[in-house]
Design a protein. Structure first.
Length: 213
């Protein structure tokens, strides 16, 4: 009786030897999302932050979200060390802030306004965000080059006057523009009236007597 061979430990699940990994970036690029900046205060008391568009809700009770972050980022290491994080959802005019925190610039916190309220999980980018969530890390799962960080949300602050910044197809978009409803099409002008043809006067039958006045 033959037995199925077990996969080698070096082969990833769902992948056979010699298979080329699929590049899922075009797929995920076609799935638009909001844009956030994840922040925390490191063990050295210095602020850390990175742009993140891979965020999802996990449960309503307890209120939990998951952040998929690049494992090699110093921000991720600081989040895992301290166990606290703030999620700043950027508003539609905050594209420069998104670019800044995606750049890795060492002085990024010196170029934006931020605050650290009592009990915050990390710096609040108050001028760039339409909503901010503070939470604590409950679990972290490293997979490949990213780490899924599960966060229990403790507090949320929102600014209802601001609308979200969107990102998809490697382009930014404003929520206001994306949800603008075009007005009804202009009514077509009425067609000009066509005059009816003049009716011809009936002719007298042949042989009929004509009456003179």
């Amino acid at each position: 009786m033959s037995h199925a061979s077990q996969p080698s430990p070096s082969v990833r699940a769902g992948q056979s030897d010699g298979a080329v990994e699929a590049d899922i970036r075009p797929l995920m690029s076609a799935f638009p999302s909001g844009v956030s900046v994840i922040t925390t205060i490191g063990a050295d008391s210095e602020p850390r932050g990175m742009t993140c568009s891979s965020l999802a809700s996990v449960a309503l009770s307890p209120p939990t979200i998951v952040l998929c972050l690049r494992t090699a980022s110093p921000t991720v290491q600081a989040v895992l060390e301290t166990g606290h994080v703030a999620v700043n959802l950027l508003h539609e005019n905050a594209r420069p802030v998104s670019d800044l925190f995606a750049s890795g610039a060492p002085d990024r916190f010196g170029q934006v306004e931020w605050r650290l309220p009592l009990g915050a999980g990390g710096p609040h980018l108050t001028e760039a965000s339409h909503a901010i969530a503070d939470g604590e890390v409950t679990r972290a799962v490293e997979f490949g080059d990213h780490t899924a960080v599960f966060v229990r949300v403790n507090r949320i602050s929102q600014h209802d006057a601001e609308e979200p910044l969107l990102f998809g197809k490697r382009r930014y978009a404003r929520w206001t523009d994306a949800t603008a409803v075009p007005g009804p099409p202009a009514a077509a002008p009425p067609l000009p009236a066509i005059p009816a043809p003049l009716a011809a006067a009936p002719s007298a039958p042949k042989g009929a007597a004509r009456v003179r006045p």
